[in-house]
Design a protein around this ligand. Structure first.
Ligand SMILES: [Mn+2]
Length: 322
């Protein structure tokens, strides 16, 4: 594995004839936005490119997708992962297919497992879109309206609409540059669709979640468990649960918020968020996961009660160490 600078990454991408772009499973605004921004950029340069994801792209992100998908088969010269901290996050089928074959990774997760042959990592960047913007600036590419909309969506979604403390002057400058160059992108509408609009089922779920909050460690840790049966009862799919990770942190006095989502029976996908001083990336790493200091995740196998105990134990240890 070797680390590449933004310039070297740009040169690598500029030199390739075709690329396959991998994004993580349960795709979010940042990996979709970054993945498609790169796709548009490569196609603009006359290269063949496609984005590959384990899961379908949720409907609220469809405005970023190209009108014409390539049906043409090609053998990609370069395999690029974007916003993928760990190969495992590609999802089962893709992991099998691509493991050990990823040429380049563009990422902003400090916990990146260095699985790709070359890595362009900026652990300070608020979003993969922020890293990609720097890379695209070094390529003979015009930041078109479609690329700009993708990058903006990546920045907005990974920063909670420019609210989290991963936002830096650089993040805001990129957003400002994009807005200056493309005043006709419906920014407010994108923000509204990403952060305000929810399905009726989701509104009902929020209500239900409030009733399900479980307090641990003297109220410093707050936990919610979303089981399959709950999702079925409320007619929800996983993409609708995307924003709930921050929900437990809304409670006053909470330092660590945990949301457990049952992906399949006995398998919980866990999102952990820190309000202030607790490093949840370090905690999740002790459980085989990782992420950012204030936003991380892992997967826990077992019954809901077992998983809760494991998580609360790990948080208690992590808080004691800090
Ligand atoms: Mn990201």
């Amino acid at each position: 594995m070797k680390y590449l600078s933004v310039q070297e990454t740009a040169a690598h991408l500029t030199a390739c004839e075709s690329a396959e772009i991998l994004i993580h499973r349960s795709p979010d605004g940042d990996c979709i936005g970054s993945g498609y921004a790169l796709l548009y950029a490569l196609r603009q340069m006359g290269k063949k490119a496609r984005v590959v994801c384990h899961d379908p792209i949720p409907e609220r992100y469809h405005f970023m997708l190209p009108e014409v998908q390539t049906l043409e088969l090609f053998h990609p010269e370069l395999i690029v992962a974007v916003d993928v901290a760990d190969e495992k996050l590609l999802g089962d089928g893709l992991l099998e297919q691509y493991t050990g074959k990823i040429d380049l990774c563009i990422d902003h997760h400090i916990s990146n497992t260095e699985y790709a042959e070359a890595l362009c990592l900026d652990g300070q960047a608020a979003a993969a879109a922020q890293v990609l913007y720097a890379v695209l600036k070094e390529m003979p590419v015009t930041i078109t309206k479609e690329i700009a909309a993708c990058l903006y969506t990546g920045l907005a979604t990974d920063t909670g609409c420019f609210m989290y403390d991963n936002v830096s002057p650089r993040t805001l400058r990129i957003a400002a540059e994009i807005m200056e160059q493309h005043p006709d992108i419906p920014y407010a509408q994108i923000n509204r669709n990403m952060f305000i609009v929810k399905s009726m089922g989701r509104i009902r779920l929020d209500q239900l979640l409030a009733g399900q909050l479980e307090s641990a460690l003297d109220g410093q840790c707050m936990l919610i468990c979303v089981t399959r049966s709950l999702m079925e009862e409320y007619g929800l799919d996983e993409s609708e649960l995307e924003g709930i990770a921050g929900f437990p942190l809304q409670v006053e006095g909470v330092q660590v918020g945990i949301v457990m989502k049952e992906r399949e029976k006995g398998v919980f996908k866990v999102s952990m968020r820190s309000a202030d001083w607790v490093n949840v990336s370090a905690i999740c790493q002790t459980l085989g996961g990782g992420g950012h200091i204030k936003a991380a995740g892992c997967t826990i196998n077992g019954s809901a009660e077992e998983a809760k105990r494991i998580l609360i134990d790990a948080v208690a240890k992590g808080m004691a160490k800090a």
